[in-house]
Design a protein around this ligand. Structure first.
Ligand code: PLP
Length: 390
């Protein structure tokens, strides 16, 4: 058959020829981060674990027999394992208080699908993690984002208290510590906000909690005995906490995250997911990662050492920067931010420009990795932005 003679279908179709999506979706654009071509480079652009998962994870995945690829995933025991791992020595989480998701992104999406209707309000901070906005928009929600307080990006607590007292929103989303400002909000203050708005679903995105250790769940689990010892969420029926194995355990590519909260909330957000949304590899990896907490603890300790080292260099060199919680910091280059980002890329190092983001326009967000990796970053940064030859 002569393929070249066949009429070629037009690649770009008129949008009007296809049935339109829901109006809220028609006005959206695909949420895509610049994620291509990153392998082989030093990736300091997405706050991932920069060294990879525990060897036990790698071994567990290698041991999956090929015929298991053909079987739908099984989740038996995973909720129990997550509950035990999160409970630590404190109070007891129940398996029905753990929701399993294809990354915390999928949990966020599910929260909006289950709770956000057209005209409902999302209250959050600005700037914060970018995925909240499209999730609210696809539900036709209105977004109110209260800016962090300059000069040090403090959490605008009084403004939130006032907003909750005046008109409680459907959803309150707090990223703690916040990506990208690192801003931390004490667990007691989060609980106070949740108590002030009992009809609002309060979601605390704790993706980077391991680097600060101040989870909102700590007082709930530690308080066993002061409330219902068997149910840390008994006094907080409107609180949901998000955790992931992406940033510390090094499973970002496998996609697995958790939503932790009252069984009724976990049940509602689990209703809007498919039965097999988390794949078998992620399940196996999660079991192995949760069994090797020592690996995660050692990685977090290394990142914190690297962070102290880098901050000292930045201070000595007089580079404007901001660092608080999380495995990342903001740096304001002396030269044009896009140029510095591009030259770092040419030197094999990826960082993320925050150009156009409210309050932090002109900065670069730099993820923190190991001490060696931070030395590599600093050598390149000094040469590129500070003109240092040494
Ligand atoms: C604040 C925040 N929440 C959620 C996510 C998504 O996490 P996951 O990889 O578990 O989907 C990220 C990833 O960058 C994040 O920074």
């Amino acid at each position: 058959m002569n393929r070249s003679a066949a009429p070629q279908p037009s690649v770009s179709r008129q949008p009007s020829l296809s049935p339109p999506a829901r109006p809220a979706v028609e006005s959206l654009r695909v949420y895509s981060a610049p994620l291509e071509g990153r392998r082989g480079l030093l990736r300091l652009d997405f706050n991932e674990n920069t060294v990879g998962p525990s060897p036990q994870v790698v071994e567990a995945i290698r041991a999956i027999p090929a015929d298991h690829y053909a079987i739908y995933p099984e989740y038996d025991g995973l909720r129990e394992t997550v509950a035990a791992s999160l409970s630590g020595g404190g109070g007891t989480l129940r398996p029905d208080q753990i929701g399993l998701f294809n990354g915390v992104d999928a949990a966020i999406h599910a929260v909006f699908q289950a709770y956000g209707g057209p005209g409902d309000r999302l209250l959050t901070t600005s700037p914060t993690f970018g995925y909240y906005t499209p999730c609210a928009q696809m539900q036709g929600m209105a977004i109110e984002a209260i800016p962090y307080r300059l000069p040090d990006f403090a959490f605008p607590f009084e403004a939130f208290e006032a907003a909750l007292a005046t008109a409680p929103p459907r959803l309150l989303l707090l990223c703690n510590p916040n990506n990208p400002t690192g801003t931390r909000l004490a667990p007691e203050r989060i609980l106070a906000l949740a108590a002030a708005a009992p009809d609002t679903l309060v979601v605390v995105d704790e993706l980077y909690e391991a680097f600060t250790g101040d989870s909102v769940m700590a007082p709930l689990l530690g308080a066993a005995g002061s409330g219902d010892p068997a149910d840390p969420f008994a006094a907080h029926p409107n609180l949901l906490v998000l955790r992931s194995l992406s940033k510390t355990a090094g499973l970002a590519g496998l996609r697995i995250g958790f939503a932790i909260g009252p069984a009724a909330l976990v049940d509602r957000i689990s209703r809007v997911t498919g039965p097999y949304d988390i794949n078998s590899f992620a399940v196996t990896a999660a079991f192995a990662a949760l069994a090797d907490q020592a690996y995660v603890d050692a990685y977090v300790a290394e990142v914190l050492r690297a962070r102290d080292w880098l901050v000292e260099r930045l201070q000595q060199a007089g580079v404007r920067h901001h660092i608080a919680g999380g495995n990342y910091l903001l740096i304001w280059p002396a030269r044009d931010v896009h140029t510095v980002e591009a030259e770092l890329r040419a030197a094999g190092i990826l960082v993320r420009s925050m150009a156009g983001k409210p309050l932090i326009d002109g900065s670069l967000r730099v993820s923190l990795g190991s001490c060696d990796q931070m030395q590599q970053f600093w050598a390149a940064y000094r040469r590129i932005d500070l003109g240092s030859v040494a």
